[in-house]
Ligand binder design. Structure first.
Ligand code: DX5
Ligand code: ZN
Length: 218
């Protein structure tokens, strides 16, 4: 069974709670929250204040994708805001193992994300310490970009490594995922699917969510 993680980057921020309620009602398991700092990626989005205000109204699992430099400085703030999982970028962490331990010390789940050009090899030795790997299937920074086909082999490589080590680590994919390409990422090994524009820009969110689930195992 896959889990769906709509990315609020494509929500209407003037009606953020209303939009989030729609994906919650449609049965999506995770809320994917894209945090960008204008340094790690060329875009600025939102921070703990906004997360805290929607947390009070929403029961979904909050998955914070931190596309920021020096994430260690902000982990406690994101946990206090109500995030259930903190995902940091391998490329943003000089001492990745230390950052992972920092996140775990707050009793939340921990994920590590890889940009398209970053090899699996770079997280091989911390895999047993984390709950999830996020494979970026676009270069992070914006919603609505095209899926990078070369990432299919990368997902397979990660899945093989996780299985070989006998670990229970989720594989999340993020960027350019739509109902018509979801099956190939799932076949490759992904089980948590982020989708921004395909969900929030659709006319009927419930139908689109249904279609994602139907197509996932085709
Ligand atoms: C990109 C973000 C994604 C983005 C996905 O940097 O991490 O979560 O919102 O949007 P779509 O599904 O439109 O590619
Ligand atoms: Zn994301």
């Amino acid at each position: 069974m896959i889990k769906l993680a709509p990315s609020i980057l494509s929500a209407d921020f003037s009606r953020l709670l209303e939009d989030v309620k729609k994906v919650e009602k449609a049965g999506c398991e995770y809320l994917h929250i894209d945090v960008m700092d204008g340094h790690f990626v060329p875009n600025i989005t939102l921070g703990p204040m906004i997360i805290k205000s929607i947390r009070k109204e929403v029961d979904m699992f909050f998955d914070a994708h931190l596309m920021i430099k020096n994430p260690d400085n902000y982990i406690k703030e994101f946990v206090d805001a109500g995030c259930d999982m903190i995902v940091v970028h391998q490329e943003a962490c000089t001492h990745l193992h230390r950052t992972i331990q920092n996140i775990k010390s707050h009793n939340v789940k921990v994920g590590v994300s890889l940009n398209p050009a970053t090899p699996i090899e770079t997280i091989k030795h911390v895999l047993h310490d984390i709950d999830m790997v996020l494979i970026m299937t676009v270069n992070p920074g914006f919603g609505g970009q095209s899926f990078i086909e070369g990432m299919i082999d990368k997902i397979k490589e990660l899945k093989d490594l996780i299985d070989k080590k006998g670990l229970n680590v989720d594989i999340q994919v993020d960027g350019g995922i739509k109902p018509d390409n979801v099956s190939k990422v799932v076949k490759a090994g992904a089980n948590i699917i982020v989708s921004g524009s395909a969900i929030f820009e659709s006319d009927n969110i419930e139908e689109t969510v249904k279609l994602f689930r139907e197509n996932a195992n085709k």
